[in-house]
Design a protein around this ligand. Structure first.
Ligand code: OSB
Ligand code: MG
Length: 373
């Protein structure tokens, strides 16, 4: 029986080593909400909310997620017995609309607590089968094709198994073609974060012959139908990110042919139960999935690595090592990558596999709220 007695909610500020630019904005630092959940049995676990400062990926922000957790999500689950974390998503969906990142932070934390309570590695608790996960890098928009080629080359030399290039109109074909010419056989893909429309797909058509693994979310953040039209025009597989907010949206994608690959981010879909349901559905429909990232701290990364150990996570995930993002992470050990581009799934200890550095987190904390006993 899982019964959460308290949740301590904190916000920390973590400066990125270098700014990260996507089509809708630039991030210099991450504002991260971290949760520490405590079960009535005494088991505890940390989790992370992936909402950022501004609503330019989805509509959620740190502020909205904080409010949703404090006002609705936490009160719904605190002191409430659940037979396991698998019941939590349905309960939250029944009572509250939206706020997936807020729900996910609590729901995933409850999977974390369960893994501590049952003294199992989190990856094993959720049915993970891999001992290592393939790692890709997501490169922000660069000033010039030359700068991008240099970054891509460095990433390939480091061992990354996939290079994802952020694009937007005007910073697209020439940039991606330059990387393709420099590295003819490299596993490359692009991510537009909604920057294109069906009315002008010329850049996407021009990139259709570059041997890219996929085009990630070229069109509107909620769109399925137009992506289906676009997929009919392109041979490169479309991968949906923003549009897949639930199992139902994944089913819609398959029904309408709106994409052939899904990027699963547990925060975006409301947590692990929804992620696993989408994973299983995709497995049974021949749709490969991979684990996306939200520039998580080492806490959120632990959940992504555990999730990516499920069998249908067939392509490298955006689960880069700590040093790609931070001068110093908030967990020990920090996340590292092997020279051939893999991250080891922590299977040698119960729980999420890393320990939070509480002194460091205290130093970085800008607000704290205690919910429950
Ligand atoms: O679209 O995948 C995205 C980061 C912030 C918002 C959206 C996205 C991203 C990334 C980062 O691509 C991937 C990572 O965490 O390394
Ligand atoms: Mg994306």
């Amino acid at each position: 029986m899982l019964r959460i007695a308290s949740i301590t909610l904190r916000e920390i500020r973590l400066p990125l080593r270098e700014p990260f630019q996507i089509s809708s904005g630039t991030m210099q630092e991450r504002r991260v909400a971290l949760l520490e959940l405590r079960d009535a049995s005494g088991a505890t676990a940390w989790s992370e909310c992936v909402a950022d400062a501004t609503p330019n990926y989805t509509s959620e922000t740190v502020e909205t997620a904080w409010m949703a957790i404090a006002k609705w999500v936490a009160p719904r689950i605190l002191d409430t017995p659940f037979s396991g974390p698998g019941e939590v998503h349905a309960a939250l969906e029944r009572d509250f609309r939206g706020h997936n990142m807020a729900k996910a932070a609590v729901e995933m934390g409850m999977w974390g607590v369960e893994s501590e309570r049952l003294e199992m590695p989190l990856a094993r608790l959720i049915g993970g089968t891999r001992e290592q996960v393939d790692v890709g890098i997501s490169l922000g928009i660069q000033d010039s094709p030359e700068a991008l080629v240099q970054k891509a080359g460095a990433a390939l030399a480091e061992g990354y198994r996939k290079v994802k290039i952020k694009i937007k109109p005007g910073k697209d074909v020439a940039f991606v073609r330059a990387v393709r010419e420099a590295y003819p056989d490299a596993p490359l893909m692009v991510d537009a974060n909604n920057a294109f429309t069906l009315d002008d797909t010329s850049a996407l058509e021009a990139m259709d012959d570059l041997g890219l693994m996929m085009f990630e979310q070229p069109l509107d953040w909620e769109d399925i139908v137009r992506h289906a039209e676009l997929q009919r025009r392109l041979k490169t597989p479309i991968c949906l990110d923003e549009s897949i907010t639930s199992l139902a949206r994944a089913q819609d994608m398959v029904t309408l042919g709106a994409g052939r690959i899904i990027n699963i981010k547990p925060g975006r879909v409301g947590g692990f139960s929804a992620s696993i349901a989408i994973h299983d559905f995709c497995a049974s429909h021949g749709i490969p999935v991979w684990c996306g990232g939200m520039l998580e701290s080492g806490v959120g990364r632990a959940y992504n690595v555990a999730l990516a150990s499920l069998p249908n996570f067939q392509k490298p995930g955006d689960v880069s090592p700590s040093a790609r993002y931070w001068t110093r992470d908030v967990v020990t050990p920090e996340w590292t990558m092997t020279p051939d581009g893999q991250v080891n799934v922590p299977l040698d200890r119960p729980g999420i596999g890393v320990t939070v550095d509480l002194d460091r987190i205290d130093d970085l904390t800008v607000r704290l709220e205690r919910l429950g006993a």
